[in-house]
Design a protein around this ligand. Structure first.
Ligand SMILES: N[C@@H](CCC(=O)N[C@@H](CS)C(=O)NCC(=O)O)C(=O)O
Length: 219
């Protein structure tokens, strides 16, 4: 039994999207954001208080990109993974990690110091510096997607899902206005995938059924 704990449009969207692309059966448990504060019992599920929390039976994982890699290797075969025998295995792993470590992390600093901290702790300077950080790292994505439709291996993989979540977050933060034409077109093409649409529909349906309202809304 696969179970995913998820907040609307949070990093847990990466494994949700992967589950939908693969057509796997799973239980989706929706939480209000931030679960650490709003659902104290959740700390018993994931002591970090963050989403995702993913279970395969009793086995727990809490890193979104690692869960994607787990799903495609454990429940394949699927074209969403790049095999070590393929020439693009290295770039695949690089993009899978890059999406979280390099492209998502700076945006969480922007969000924290522009919206989530109490007004007296907010900092325009910090938000501006880390916005610039994100946009400068995004040049690495632009260099590739201005030449090809996906990041590696000549096909859509979970490396695209990892990076795409950072683009989704950028839309929420408002940084998508600074996307290059190639990055904007790449993001648009990913949003048009059936798997992406199914993931959005699934989180909306589960949120409605479980009485959990969307809290990470675009501003
Ligand atoms: N590196 C982890 C980060 C997990 C994480 O920080 N998730 C955020 C949601 S996007 C969260 O749960 N934040 C709530 C909190 O920090 O209390 C991953 O990629 O899954």
């Amino acid at each position: 039994m696969l179970t995913l704990y998820h907040c609307h449009n949070a990093r847990s969207f990466r494994p949700l999207w992967t589950l939908e692309e693969m057509g796997l059966s799973y239980e989706l448990k929706m939480l209000p954001f931030p679960p650490r504060e709003l659902v104290p019992d959740y700390l018993g599920v994931n002591p970090l208080g963050t989403v995702p929390a993913f279970f395969d039976g009793a086995m727990r994982m809490t890193e979104s990109a690692a869960i994607c890699q787990y799903l495609v290797t454990r429940y394949g075969p699927t074209p969403l993974v790049v095999d070590p025998s393929e020439p693009d295995y290295g770039p695949y792993l690089n993009w899978l990690f890059f999406g979280e470590a390099t492209l998502t992390f700076p945006q969480t600093i922007v969000l924290r110091y522009s919206r989530f901290e109490p007004p007296e702790r907010r900092s325009e300077q910090v938000a501006a510096d880390y916005s610039r950080w994100f946009l400068s790292r995004l040049r690495g994505v632009d260099a590739v997607v201005s030449k090809q439709p996906t990041l590696c291996a000549g096909r859509f993989t979970v490396a695209d899902i990892s990076v795409a979540f950072a683009l989704m977050l950028a839309e929420f933060v408002g940084l998508d206005r600074k996307f290059s034409p190639a990055v904007a077109a790449y993001w648009q093409s990913l949003k048009e995938r059936e798997g992406f649409r199914r993931a959005v529909a699934r989180q909306d349906a589960a949120g409605n059924a479980q009485g959990v309202r969307e809290s990470l809304k675009q501003h």
